[in-house]
Write a protein that binds this ligand. Structure first.
Ligand SMILES: [Zn+2]
Length: 138
């Protein structure tokens, strides 16, 4: 009986404390540890760990019509945001992230093209594809 009462107390605690949990941001909003880990792994595997550390964010509210966005925040500092409302699929979010990582790479290399998706950017993306960075994503 004591165990039953203790179980009831625990369940009651969980039930009454649940509103705090439901007020939490959904998993599709804020810093993404998984996408940040993917950035770190990709940086090590395909960029020879040249890219600076970045915290990858997901947001349901796009600030732009793009699927993702890279915003410089100082020297060797970037903010990458993936818009989960436009890209709900996790593998597609990773593909968008690879795209954004090429923007970081271009900036770190000091390459500025008239078209930000110009020949150097395309070379970065094709290089990632040839190395197999997209292989498990499509
Ligand atoms: Zn782009």
């Amino acid at each position: 009986m004591k165990i039953l009462i203790k179980s009831f107390v625990v369940l009651a605690f969980l039930f009454f404390s649940s509103p705090a949990v439901s007020k939490k941001r959904p998993a599709t909003e804020g810093p993404s540890p998984d996408l940040t880990q993917f950035y770190n792994d990709t940086n090590f595997k395909y960029f020879e760990a040249r890219l600076p550390r970045v915290t990858v964010m997901v947001s349901e509210e796009p600030d732009s019509p793009d699927l993702g966005e890279t915003v410089p925040c100082g020297e060797h500092c970037y903010s990458i945001t993936i818009y989960s409302s436009l890209v709900p699929d996790y593998n597609e979010q990773k593909m968008v992230e690879l795209h954004e990582m090429c923007h970081v790479d271009m900036d770190e290399l000091g390459i500025q093209e008239f078209d930000q998706h110009g020949p150097n950017f395309q070379t970065c993306m094709v290089s990632l594809a040839k190395k197999g960075a997209f292989a498990s994503l499509w």
